[in-house]
Design a protein around this ligand. Structure first.
Ligand code: NAP
Length: 265
């Protein structure tokens, strides 16, 4: 499969170029980034790839089947539309999309009959954690999410934390139960609120991507935790999505749909 990587100079993009180039059925034919693409990256893992700062022109020059995007939400939104309009399937890990963005992209993909895929988390362990959270959700009224990421992450909370909270609330069929705090001596310490699910975002150098979901019940707690200790953890999920996205005929959101459900066109 011919793949263009958008955000190829970024932390995750670079790892994707390296990981995808090692797959026998994949060739990285384009590297796109507004930042300079490291010469050793292209030389080592994609020697014949087109390098560009513009996705549309990279697609026109390299005829890919799939575009992988790890950039920023504003760019990824445009990139998905540019890919779909050219009949190329986007596989997107970029986070920070609004519900309106998802709806617009979904409509574009459906109208064009082009498969498209977005996952707020491509790490298989994190997706399993979300599924386990869904199972626990109806057995515990109280739940809080602590997500921890490296200091370069631009958005908060993480797309994964929001997606997990949404899945928990949907599984419960009602909001989680928040514990009222009578007196605050420091503002903001109870975190953000998604339908009763408190979300706390930690940003520190030394971290990669981590999430803890803590359920509270009478006389017991249940803690589920996942750690991505290296960006390689995102590659197996991205590879699954690249292999499946051409069979889709619309936008699918969430790696769980590919791992646990038999979605197709
Ligand atoms: P990063 O290191 O900042 O990389 C993003 C790259 O995209 C940068 O080189 C940036 O260039 C470039 N870029 C910005 N606008 C662009 C455009 N219009 N066209 C082409 N390239 C553009 O960020 P990262 O840590 O790799 O993360 C990228 C995204 O993936 C974030 O949204 C992050 O939350 C998400 N992510 C998702 C997962 C998942 O599993 N789904 C995992 C990890 C990260 P400049 O630096 O010059 O702006």
């Amino acid at each position: 499969m011919r793949v263009v990587v958008c955000g190829a100079a970024g932390r995750v993009g670079r790892q994707m170029v390296e990981s995808l180039s090692q797959e026998a059925d994949m060739e990285v034919v384009g590297l796109v980034d507004v930042a300079a693409i490291p010469a050793d990256l292209a030389r080592s893992f994609a020697p014949s790839a087109v390098c560009s700062d513009d996705l549309a022109s990279a697609i026109d020059q390299s005829s890919p089947e799939v575009v992988v995007d790890f950039t920023v939400a504003a760019a990824a939104r445009e990139n998905m539309v540019a890919a779909i309009e050219r009949g190329v399937s986007p596989v997107v890990g970029t986070t920070g999309f609004s519900d309106d963005d998802i709806e617009t992209i979904s409509r574009k993909a459906r109208d064009a009959g082009v498969g498209a895929f977005i996952a707020p988390n491509f790490s298989i362990g994190a997706v399993v954690l979300m599924r386990l959270s869904e199972i626990a959700a109806s057995h515990f009224d109280h739940v809080e999410i602590i997500e921890l990421h490296h200091d370069g992450k631009v958005d908060a909370p993480s797309g994964t934390a929001l997606h997990t909270a949404r899945m928990i609330v949907e599984a419960r069929g009602e909001p989680a139960v928040d514990v009222a705090t009578e007196r605050f001596t420091l503002e903001g310490v109870r975190g953000g609120d998604y339908d009763g699910v408190k979300i706390h975002s930690v940003r520190l150098p030394g971290l990669v991507a981590h999430q803890e979901v803590v359920f509270g019940g009478v006389g017991q707690t249940l803690t589920l935790r996942h750690d991505s200790t290296s960006r390689e953890s995102f590659a197996p999920g991205v590879i699954i999505a690249i292999r499946r996205v051409r069979d889709l005929k619309e936008l699918v959101v969430g790696l769980d749909k590919l791992l646990f459900e038999s979605v197709s066109g």
